[in-house]
Design a protein around this ligand. Structure first.
Ligand code: NAD
Length: 482
Protein backbone atom coordinates (compact mmCIF):
# COMPACT_ATOMS: atom_id res chain seq x y z
CA UNK A 1 0.00 0.00 0.00
CA UNK A 2 1.20 3.50 -0.82
CA UNK A 3 2.22 5.57 2.18
CA UNK A 4 0.48 8.90 2.86
CA UNK A 5 2.73 11.36 4.65
CA UNK A 6 1.87 14.06 7.18
CA UNK A 7 3.37 17.35 8.24
CA UNK A 8 5.65 17.54 11.28
CA UNK A 9 4.63 20.59 13.31
CA UNK A 10 5.22 21.24 17.02
CA UNK A 11 6.38 17.65 17.61
CA UNK A 12 3.18 16.14 16.15
CA UNK A 13 2.24 14.55 12.85
CA UNK A 14 -0.61 16.60 11.42
CA UNK A 15 -2.73 16.33 8.30
CA UNK A 16 -1.89 18.56 5.36
CA UNK A 17 -4.30 20.68 3.35
CA UNK A 18 -4.17 18.65 0.12
CA UNK A 19 -2.42 15.62 -1.30
CA UNK A 20 -0.03 15.37 -4.24
CA UNK A 21 1.38 12.12 -5.63
CA UNK A 22 5.18 11.81 -5.47
CA UNK A 23 6.44 10.10 -8.60
CA UNK A 24 9.85 8.50 -8.94
CA UNK A 25 11.89 10.42 -11.50
CA UNK A 26 12.97 7.02 -12.88
CA UNK A 27 10.04 4.89 -14.03
CA UNK A 28 7.36 7.28 -12.81
CA UNK A 29 6.07 4.91 -10.13
CA UNK A 30 4.02 6.58 -7.39
CA UNK A 31 6.23 6.47 -4.29
CA UNK A 32 3.89 8.14 -1.81
CA UNK A 33 0.98 10.50 -1.41
CA UNK A 34 2.40 13.70 0.02
CA UNK A 35 0.30 15.96 2.22
CA UNK A 36 1.10 19.56 1.35
CA UNK A 37 1.00 22.41 3.86
CA UNK A 38 -1.30 25.37 3.27
CA UNK A 39 -0.17 28.94 3.98
CA UNK A 40 -2.06 28.78 7.29
CA UNK A 41 -0.16 25.62 8.22
CA UNK A 42 3.12 27.30 7.30
CA UNK A 43 2.17 30.04 9.76
CA UNK A 44 1.32 27.39 12.39
CA UNK A 45 4.78 25.88 11.87
CA UNK A 46 6.40 29.30 12.32
CA UNK A 47 4.42 29.87 15.54
CA UNK A 48 5.37 26.41 16.83
CA UNK A 49 9.03 27.21 16.08
CA UNK A 50 8.74 30.62 17.77
CA UNK A 51 7.24 29.08 20.91
CA UNK A 52 9.81 26.29 21.02
CA UNK A 53 12.65 28.77 20.61
CA UNK A 54 11.74 30.50 23.89
CA UNK A 55 12.88 27.40 25.79
CA UNK A 56 15.39 25.95 23.35
CA UNK A 57 17.59 29.03 23.45
CA UNK A 58 18.30 28.19 27.10
CA UNK A 59 19.12 24.51 26.45
CA UNK A 60 22.84 24.18 27.24
CA UNK A 61 25.38 23.65 24.50
CA UNK A 62 26.39 20.16 25.69
CA UNK A 63 22.77 19.02 25.42
CA UNK A 64 22.33 20.44 21.92
CA UNK A 65 25.58 18.77 20.98
CA UNK A 66 24.52 15.37 22.28
CA UNK A 67 21.19 15.58 20.40
CA UNK A 68 23.17 16.15 17.19
CA UNK A 69 25.59 13.30 17.98
CA UNK A 70 22.61 11.03 18.52
CA UNK A 71 20.96 12.10 15.28
CA UNK A 72 24.23 11.43 13.40
CA UNK A 73 24.47 8.01 15.00
CA UNK A 74 20.86 7.12 14.16
CA UNK A 75 21.34 8.24 10.56
CA UNK A 76 24.47 6.13 10.26
CA UNK A 77 22.61 3.08 11.52
CA UNK A 78 19.77 3.67 9.07
CA UNK A 79 22.02 4.78 6.20
CA UNK A 80 20.99 1.99 3.79
CA UNK A 81 17.33 2.98 4.19
CA UNK A 82 18.15 6.68 3.82
CA UNK A 83 20.20 6.11 0.64
CA UNK A 84 17.34 4.17 -0.89
CA UNK A 85 14.92 7.05 -0.19
CA UNK A 86 17.27 9.53 -1.92
CA UNK A 87 17.77 7.14 -4.84
CA UNK A 88 14.04 6.65 -5.32
CA UNK A 89 12.71 10.17 -4.92
CA UNK A 90 15.64 12.15 -6.37
CA UNK A 91 16.56 9.49 -8.95
CA UNK A 92 20.12 9.58 -7.61
CA UNK A 93 22.33 6.59 -8.52
CA UNK A 94 22.57 4.44 -5.40
CA UNK A 95 26.39 4.77 -5.25
CA UNK A 96 26.04 8.56 -5.15
CA UNK A 97 23.14 8.35 -2.68
CA UNK A 98 25.27 6.29 -0.27
CA UNK A 99 28.10 8.81 -0.58
CA UNK A 100 25.63 11.60 0.22
CA UNK A 101 24.43 9.85 3.38
CA UNK A 102 28.02 9.29 4.56
CA UNK A 103 28.65 13.02 4.09
CA UNK A 104 25.41 13.90 5.87
CA UNK A 105 26.53 11.92 8.93
CA UNK A 106 29.75 13.97 8.86
CA UNK A 107 27.79 17.22 8.60
CA UNK A 108 25.77 16.39 11.73
CA UNK A 109 28.96 15.36 13.54
CA UNK A 110 30.57 18.70 12.63
CA UNK A 111 27.45 20.43 13.94
CA UNK A 112 27.61 18.41 17.18
CA UNK A 113 31.20 19.53 17.70
CA UNK A 114 30.52 23.13 16.72
CA UNK A 115 27.64 23.35 19.22
CA UNK A 116 30.23 23.11 22.03
CA UNK A 117 32.57 25.65 20.47
CA UNK A 118 30.57 28.76 19.77
CA UNK A 119 33.01 31.32 21.12
CA UNK A 120 33.18 35.05 21.50
CA UNK A 121 35.88 37.54 22.42
CA UNK A 122 36.69 40.29 24.88
CA UNK A 123 36.85 43.88 23.69
CA UNK A 124 39.54 46.24 25.06
CA UNK A 125 37.13 49.07 25.94
CA UNK A 126 39.92 51.10 27.54
CA UNK A 127 41.57 51.48 24.14
CA UNK A 128 39.40 54.64 23.92
CA UNK A 129 39.85 57.29 26.62
CA UNK A 130 36.11 57.27 27.38
CA UNK A 131 36.18 53.49 27.79
CA UNK A 132 38.31 53.41 30.94
CA UNK A 133 36.87 51.35 33.79
CA UNK A 134 34.87 49.16 31.42
CA UNK A 135 35.38 45.69 30.11
CA UNK A 136 33.24 44.09 27.46
CA UNK A 137 32.58 40.68 26.00
CA UNK A 138 31.18 39.86 22.64
CA UNK A 139 29.11 36.69 22.63
CA UNK A 140 26.86 35.16 20.01
CA UNK A 141 23.14 34.61 20.42
CA UNK A 142 20.85 32.43 18.32
CA UNK A 143 18.77 34.49 15.86
CA UNK A 144 15.46 32.73 16.60
CA UNK A 145 13.28 31.07 13.99
CA UNK A 146 15.21 29.91 10.91
CA UNK A 147 13.22 29.37 7.73
CA UNK A 148 14.98 26.81 5.51
CA UNK A 149 14.04 26.11 1.88
CA UNK A 150 16.00 23.36 0.16
CA UNK A 151 16.50 21.90 -3.35
CA UNK A 152 16.11 18.34 -4.61
CA UNK A 153 19.68 17.49 -5.53
CA UNK A 154 21.20 16.67 -2.12
CA UNK A 155 18.01 16.02 -0.16
CA UNK A 156 19.84 14.86 2.97
CA UNK A 157 23.08 16.80 3.06
CA UNK A 158 21.83 20.23 2.03
CA UNK A 159 19.08 19.94 4.63
CA UNK A 160 21.76 18.95 7.18
CA UNK A 161 23.71 22.12 6.29
CA UNK A 162 20.75 24.13 7.57
CA UNK A 163 19.24 21.96 10.31
CA UNK A 164 22.62 21.02 11.89
CA UNK A 165 23.98 24.56 12.40
CA UNK A 166 20.54 25.90 13.40
CA UNK A 167 20.22 23.36 16.23
CA UNK A 168 23.88 23.72 17.17
CA UNK A 169 23.37 27.47 17.62
CA UNK A 170 20.14 27.10 19.63
CA UNK A 171 17.65 28.18 16.96
CA UNK A 172 14.39 26.57 15.92
CA UNK A 173 13.58 25.72 12.31
CA UNK A 174 10.81 25.49 9.76
CA UNK A 175 12.02 23.36 6.85
CA UNK A 176 10.33 23.26 3.46
CA UNK A 177 11.98 20.60 1.31
CA UNK A 178 11.81 20.49 -2.50
CA UNK A 179 8.59 19.10 -3.96
CA UNK A 180 10.50 16.10 -5.39
CA UNK A 181 12.23 15.16 -2.10
CA UNK A 182 9.83 15.36 0.86
CA UNK A 183 10.50 11.82 2.12
CA UNK A 184 14.20 12.50 2.83
CA UNK A 185 13.21 15.50 4.93
CA UNK A 186 10.40 13.73 6.80
CA UNK A 187 12.81 10.88 7.61
CA UNK A 188 14.70 13.43 9.73
CA UNK A 189 11.71 14.05 11.96
CA UNK A 190 11.95 10.44 13.16
CA UNK A 191 15.68 10.72 13.79
CA UNK A 192 15.49 13.95 15.75
CA UNK A 193 12.47 12.83 17.74
CA UNK A 194 14.38 9.72 18.79
CA UNK A 195 17.47 11.85 19.50
CA UNK A 196 15.45 13.87 22.03
CA UNK A 197 15.06 17.20 20.22
CA UNK A 198 12.34 19.17 22.04
CA UNK A 199 8.96 19.46 20.27
CA UNK A 200 8.64 22.38 17.87
CA UNK A 201 12.37 22.99 17.41
CA UNK A 202 12.26 21.27 14.01
CA UNK A 203 9.12 21.60 11.87
CA UNK A 204 8.91 20.01 8.43
CA UNK A 205 6.29 21.14 5.98
CA UNK A 206 6.35 19.65 2.48
CA UNK A 207 4.56 21.92 0.04
CA UNK A 208 4.72 24.09 -3.02
CA UNK A 209 7.51 26.68 -3.07
CA UNK A 210 5.33 29.05 -5.07
CA UNK A 211 2.51 28.84 -2.52
CA UNK A 212 4.54 28.95 0.68
CA UNK A 213 7.54 31.03 -0.42
CA UNK A 214 6.22 34.40 0.62
CA UNK A 215 5.08 33.25 4.09
CA UNK A 216 8.41 31.50 4.68
CA UNK A 217 10.39 34.58 3.63
CA UNK A 218 8.39 37.34 5.25
CA UNK A 219 6.46 36.17 8.33
CA UNK A 220 7.36 38.60 11.14
CA UNK A 221 8.34 35.76 13.50
CA UNK A 222 11.02 34.50 11.11
CA UNK A 223 14.44 35.88 11.99
CA UNK A 224 16.55 34.34 9.27
CA UNK A 225 15.95 32.77 5.85
CA UNK A 226 18.36 30.22 4.44
CA UNK A 227 17.72 29.15 0.87
CA UNK A 228 19.52 26.78 -1.47
CA UNK A 229 18.22 26.62 -5.02
CA UNK A 230 18.01 28.51 -8.28
CA UNK A 231 18.99 32.18 -8.67
CA UNK A 232 15.50 33.08 -9.93
CA UNK A 233 13.86 31.91 -6.71
CA UNK A 234 16.73 33.35 -4.65
CA UNK A 235 16.01 36.79 -6.07
CA UNK A 236 12.32 36.56 -5.06
CA UNK A 237 13.19 35.42 -1.56
CA UNK A 238 15.65 38.29 -1.12
CA UNK A 239 12.95 40.76 -2.24
CA UNK A 240 10.36 39.30 0.14
CA UNK A 241 12.65 38.95 3.16
CA UNK A 242 12.99 42.68 3.67
CA UNK A 243 15.52 43.64 6.31
CA UNK A 244 16.02 40.22 7.86
CA UNK A 245 19.18 38.20 7.35
CA UNK A 246 19.25 35.88 4.35
CA UNK A 247 21.71 33.27 3.11
CA UNK A 248 21.39 32.37 -0.57
CA UNK A 249 23.23 29.34 -1.96
CA UNK A 250 22.47 29.50 -5.68
CA UNK A 251 23.66 28.07 -8.96
CA UNK A 252 26.77 28.30 -11.09
CA UNK A 253 28.44 27.22 -14.34
CA UNK A 254 31.74 26.36 -12.70
CA UNK A 255 34.98 26.68 -14.64
CA UNK A 256 37.84 24.19 -14.62
CA UNK A 257 41.18 25.58 -15.84
CA UNK A 258 43.84 23.17 -17.09
CA UNK A 259 47.28 24.66 -17.63
CA UNK A 260 50.06 23.49 -19.98
CA UNK A 261 52.86 21.07 -19.14
CA UNK A 262 51.08 17.89 -17.98
CA UNK A 263 52.29 14.39 -18.93
CA UNK A 264 49.80 12.05 -20.71
CA UNK A 265 49.36 10.13 -17.42
CA UNK A 266 48.66 13.31 -15.49
CA UNK A 267 46.20 14.48 -18.12
CA UNK A 268 44.39 11.14 -17.92
CA UNK A 269 44.14 11.45 -14.13
CA UNK A 270 42.74 14.99 -14.47
CA UNK A 271 40.24 13.70 -17.05
CA UNK A 272 39.05 11.06 -14.54
CA UNK A 273 38.32 13.77 -11.99
CA UNK A 274 36.82 16.15 -14.55
CA UNK A 275 34.44 13.43 -15.77
CA UNK A 276 33.30 12.72 -12.22
CA UNK A 277 32.94 16.48 -11.60
CA UNK A 278 30.90 17.03 -14.77
CA UNK A 279 28.70 13.94 -14.87
CA UNK A 280 28.14 12.77 -11.28
CA UNK A 281 24.39 12.72 -10.63
CA UNK A 282 23.89 13.87 -14.24
CA UNK A 283 25.61 17.19 -13.54
CA UNK A 284 22.75 18.17 -11.20
CA UNK A 285 25.24 19.56 -8.71
CA UNK A 286 25.64 23.29 -8.08
CA UNK A 287 29.44 23.06 -8.48
CA UNK A 288 29.37 20.63 -11.39
CA UNK A 289 32.19 21.12 -13.92
CA UNK A 290 30.63 22.94 -16.88
CA UNK A 291 33.16 25.23 -18.59
CA UNK A 292 36.46 23.43 -19.16
CA UNK A 293 39.25 25.79 -20.25
CA UNK A 294 42.28 23.89 -21.47
CA UNK A 295 45.65 25.17 -22.68
CA UNK A 296 45.78 24.75 -26.46
CA UNK A 297 48.75 22.36 -26.08
CA UNK A 298 46.42 19.82 -24.38
CA UNK A 299 42.98 20.81 -25.61
CA UNK A 300 42.41 18.20 -28.32
CA UNK A 301 43.89 15.33 -26.30
CA UNK A 302 41.98 16.33 -23.18
CA UNK A 303 38.67 16.62 -25.05
CA UNK A 304 39.13 13.07 -26.32
CA UNK A 305 40.04 11.76 -22.84
CA UNK A 306 36.95 13.37 -21.36
CA UNK A 307 34.69 12.07 -24.14
CA UNK A 308 36.15 8.55 -23.71
CA UNK A 309 35.17 8.61 -20.05
CA UNK A 310 31.71 10.02 -20.77
CA UNK A 311 31.04 7.24 -23.31
CA UNK A 312 31.78 4.58 -20.68
CA UNK A 313 29.11 5.76 -18.24
CA UNK A 314 26.15 3.47 -17.77
CA UNK A 315 22.62 4.81 -17.80
CA UNK A 316 19.75 3.09 -16.02
CA UNK A 317 17.87 2.40 -12.83
CA UNK A 318 19.13 4.43 -9.83
CA UNK A 319 18.89 1.33 -7.63
CA UNK A 320 21.21 -0.66 -9.91
CA UNK A 321 24.81 -0.70 -8.59
CA UNK A 322 26.20 -0.23 -12.11
CA UNK A 323 24.24 2.93 -12.87
CA UNK A 324 26.05 6.25 -13.29
CA UNK A 325 23.49 8.25 -15.27
CA UNK A 326 19.77 8.55 -14.52
CA UNK A 327 16.98 10.70 -15.95
CA UNK A 328 17.08 14.41 -15.20
CA UNK A 329 14.83 15.46 -12.37
CA UNK A 330 11.87 16.24 -14.65
CA UNK A 331 10.77 16.60 -18.27
CA UNK A 332 11.06 20.40 -18.03
CA UNK A 333 14.78 20.15 -17.24
CA UNK A 334 15.27 17.79 -20.21
CA UNK A 335 13.34 20.08 -22.59
CA UNK A 336 15.41 23.06 -21.48
CA UNK A 337 18.71 21.26 -22.05
CA UNK A 338 17.56 19.85 -25.38
CA UNK A 339 16.77 23.33 -26.67
CA UNK A 340 20.06 24.76 -25.33
CA UNK A 341 21.95 21.94 -27.07
CA UNK A 342 20.12 22.60 -30.34
CA UNK A 343 20.84 26.33 -30.18
CA UNK A 344 24.53 25.71 -29.41
CA UNK A 345 24.71 23.37 -32.45
CA UNK A 346 23.03 25.98 -34.64
CA UNK A 347 25.76 28.41 -33.48
CA UNK A 348 28.50 25.98 -34.62
CA UNK A 349 29.06 23.77 -31.55
CA UNK A 350 30.49 20.29 -32.18
CA UNK A 351 29.14 17.44 -30.06
CA UNK A 352 32.10 15.17 -29.37
CA UNK A 353 30.00 12.57 -27.54
CA UNK A 354 26.59 12.10 -25.96
CA UNK A 355 23.74 14.56 -26.06
CA UNK A 356 21.13 11.94 -27.06
CA UNK A 357 17.86 12.00 -25.14
CA UNK A 358 15.61 9.13 -24.14
CA UNK A 359 12.67 10.76 -22.40
CA UNK A 360 14.23 12.81 -19.59
CA UNK A 361 17.48 10.89 -19.73
CA UNK A 362 20.37 12.74 -21.36
CA UNK A 363 23.57 10.94 -22.26
CA UNK A 364 26.62 12.85 -20.95
CA UNK A 365 27.84 15.30 -23.57
CA UNK A 366 31.23 16.83 -24.30
CA UNK A 367 31.06 19.84 -26.61
CA UNK A 368 33.61 22.10 -28.30
CA UNK A 369 33.25 25.29 -30.38
CA UNK A 370 30.27 26.44 -28.32
CA UNK A 371 29.62 30.15 -28.97
CA UNK A 372 30.34 32.36 -25.97
CA UNK A 373 26.81 33.72 -25.98
CA UNK A 374 25.12 30.29 -26.14
CA UNK A 375 23.18 29.29 -23.01
CA UNK A 376 25.51 26.32 -22.50
CA UNK A 377 28.39 28.80 -22.12
CA UNK A 378 26.72 31.43 -20.00
CA UNK A 379 23.80 29.88 -18.11
CA UNK A 380 23.79 27.05 -15.57
CA UNK A 381 23.36 23.75 -17.47
CA UNK A 382 22.53 21.70 -14.34
CA UNK A 383 22.85 18.63 -16.55
CA UNK A 384 25.55 16.27 -17.86
CA UNK A 385 27.29 18.75 -20.16
CA UNK A 386 30.95 19.80 -20.36
CA UNK A 387 31.90 22.61 -22.74
CA UNK A 388 35.61 22.50 -23.62
CA UNK A 389 37.43 25.58 -24.97
CA UNK A 390 41.13 26.24 -25.61
CA UNK A 391 43.16 29.15 -24.25
CA UNK A 392 46.55 30.51 -25.27
CA UNK A 393 47.71 32.37 -22.18
CA UNK A 394 46.95 32.05 -18.46
CA UNK A 395 45.65 35.63 -18.44
CA UNK A 396 43.16 34.65 -21.12
CA UNK A 397 42.07 31.60 -19.12
CA UNK A 398 41.39 33.63 -15.99
CA UNK A 399 39.50 36.28 -17.95
CA UNK A 400 37.37 33.59 -19.64
CA UNK A 401 36.64 31.91 -16.30
CA UNK A 402 35.50 35.25 -14.87
CA UNK A 403 33.20 35.95 -17.84
CA UNK A 404 30.16 34.58 -16.03
CA UNK A 405 27.35 36.00 -13.97
CA UNK A 406 28.10 33.24 -11.45
CA UNK A 407 30.96 32.75 -9.01
CA UNK A 408 30.66 29.72 -6.74
CA UNK A 409 33.83 27.61 -7.03
CA UNK A 410 36.57 27.29 -9.65
CA UNK A 411 38.97 24.38 -10.15
CA UNK A 412 42.52 24.86 -11.42
CA UNK A 413 45.13 22.30 -12.45
CA UNK A 414 48.59 23.76 -12.81
CA UNK A 415 52.23 22.91 -12.13
CA UNK A 416 53.23 26.59 -11.99
CA UNK A 417 53.14 28.25 -8.59
CA UNK A 418 52.82 31.72 -10.12
CA UNK A 419 49.77 30.59 -12.10
CA UNK A 420 48.25 29.06 -8.96
CA UNK A 421 48.76 32.32 -7.08
CA UNK A 422 47.30 34.39 -9.93
CA UNK A 423 44.26 32.11 -10.07
CA UNK A 424 43.83 32.35 -6.29
CA UNK A 425 43.98 36.15 -6.42
CA UNK A 426 42.00 36.88 -9.54
CA UNK A 427 39.26 34.29 -9.92
CA UNK A 428 36.10 35.99 -8.77
CA UNK A 429 34.25 33.29 -6.83
CA UNK A 430 33.67 31.92 -3.33
CA UNK A 431 36.35 29.20 -3.51
CA UNK A 432 39.34 28.36 -5.70
CA UNK A 433 40.40 24.73 -5.60
CA UNK A 434 43.98 24.42 -6.80
CA UNK A 435 44.69 21.01 -8.32
CA UNK A 436 41.15 19.87 -7.72
CA UNK A 437 37.94 20.15 -9.70
CA UNK A 438 35.48 22.91 -8.67
CA UNK A 439 33.16 20.13 -7.49
CA UNK A 440 35.40 19.37 -4.52
CA UNK A 441 33.67 20.19 -1.25
CA UNK A 442 34.12 19.14 2.36
CA UNK A 443 31.32 19.81 4.77
CA UNK A 444 33.24 21.89 7.31
CA UNK A 445 34.78 24.15 4.68
CA UNK A 446 33.31 27.65 4.17
CA UNK A 447 31.16 27.41 1.08
CA UNK A 448 29.15 29.94 -0.88
CA UNK A 449 29.22 32.28 -3.81
CA UNK A 450 29.56 35.77 -5.17
CA UNK A 451 27.62 37.46 -8.00
CA UNK A 452 24.49 35.48 -8.97
CA UNK A 453 25.75 32.44 -7.03
CA UNK A 454 24.46 33.99 -3.84
CA UNK A 455 25.57 35.47 -0.57
CA UNK A 456 26.43 34.19 2.88
CA UNK A 457 28.38 31.05 3.69
CA UNK A 458 27.57 27.50 4.72
CA UNK A 459 29.97 24.87 6.07
CA UNK A 460 28.81 24.21 9.58
CA UNK A 461 30.75 26.78 11.64
CA UNK A 462 30.23 29.46 8.99
CA UNK A 463 26.51 28.79 8.80
CA UNK A 464 26.39 29.09 12.60
CA UNK A 465 27.93 32.53 12.34
CA UNK A 466 25.19 33.52 9.92
CA UNK A 467 22.54 32.05 12.23
CA UNK A 468 23.71 33.93 15.31
CA UNK A 469 23.92 37.61 16.18
CA UNK A 470 26.89 39.10 17.94
CA UNK A 471 25.94 40.67 21.26
CA UNK A 472 28.13 43.03 23.22
CA UNK A 473 27.87 43.25 26.99
CA UNK A 474 29.90 45.94 28.70
CA UNK A 475 30.65 45.99 32.47
CA UNK A 476 31.54 49.28 34.09
CA UNK A 477 33.30 49.10 37.44
CA UNK A 478 32.61 51.45 40.32
CA UNK A 479 28.92 50.68 40.87
CA UNK A 480 29.09 47.08 42.07
CA UNK A 481 28.78 46.53 45.81
CA UNK A 482 31.22 44.17 47.51
P1 NAD B 1 14.50 25.57 -7.17
O1 NAD B 1 14.94 26.98 -6.96
O2 NAD B 1 13.54 25.27 -8.24
O3 NAD B 1 13.84 25.00 -5.83
C1 NAD B 1 14.50 25.06 -4.60
C2 NAD B 1 13.47 25.21 -3.49
O4 NAD B 1 12.79 26.45 -3.66
C3 NAD B 1 12.39 24.13 -3.50
O5 NAD B 1 12.11 23.78 -2.17
C4 NAD B 1 11.21 24.84 -4.12
O6 NAD B 1 9.97 24.34 -3.70
C5 NAD B 1 11.40 26.24 -3.57
N1 NAD B 1 10.71 27.29 -4.33
C6 NAD B 1 10.29 27.29 -5.62
N2 NAD B 1 9.67 28.46 -5.92
C7 NAD B 1 9.72 29.21 -4.80
C8 NAD B 1 9.29 30.53 -4.46
N3 NAD B 1 8.69 31.31 -5.35
N4 NAD B 1 9.54 30.98 -3.20
C9 NAD B 1 10.17 30.22 -2.29
N5 NAD B 1 10.60 28.96 -2.55
C10 NAD B 1 10.39 28.47 -3.78
O7 NAD B 1 15.84 24.71 -7.33
P2 NAD B 1 16.01 23.14 -7.60
O8 NAD B 1 15.63 22.83 -8.99
O9 NAD B 1 15.38 22.33 -6.50
O10 NAD B 1 17.59 23.03 -7.42
C11 NAD B 1 18.46 23.37 -8.42
C12 NAD B 1 19.13 24.70 -8.17
O11 NAD B 1 19.71 24.73 -6.86
C13 NAD B 1 20.29 24.93 -9.11
O12 NAD B 1 20.31 26.26 -9.55
C14 NAD B 1 21.51 24.63 -8.23
O13 NAD B 1 22.71 25.20 -8.66
C15 NAD B 1 21.06 25.17 -6.94
N6 NAD B 1 21.85 24.60 -5.85
C16 NAD B 1 22.75 25.41 -5.21
C17 NAD B 1 23.55 24.87 -4.20
C18 NAD B 1 24.56 25.70 -3.44
O14 NAD B 1 24.97 25.27 -2.38
N7 NAD B 1 24.97 26.84 -3.95
C19 NAD B 1 23.42 23.53 -3.87
C20 NAD B 1 22.50 22.76 -4.56
C21 NAD B 1 21.70 23.30 -5.54
Amino acid sequence: MIQTTKLWIGGKWVEGSRTEPLQASYGGECLAEIRYASKEQAVQAVIAARDAFREFRAVPAHRRSSILYQAADLLERRSAEAAEIAALEAGKPIKAARAEIARTVQTYLFAAEAARNLRGETIPMDAAPRGEGRRAMLGREPVGVVSAITPFNFPFNLVAHKVGPAIAAGNSIVLKPAEQTPLSALFLAELFEEAGLPDGVLNIIPGSGKELGETLSSHPDIAFVTFTGSPEVGRQIRAQAGLRKVTLELGSNSPLLIDRGFSPEELAAIADEAAAGAFAYNGQVCISVQRVLVHEEHCEAFTELLAERARKLTAGDPLDERTDITPLINARAAERLKSWLERAKEGGARVRCGGQFDGSLMMPAVLTDVPENAELSCEEAFGPVAVVSPFGSWEEAIAAANRSRFGLQAGVFTKHMEHALQAADRLHCGGVMINDVPTFRLDHMPYGGVKDSGSGREGVRYAMEEMTEPKLVSFRSGFFKG
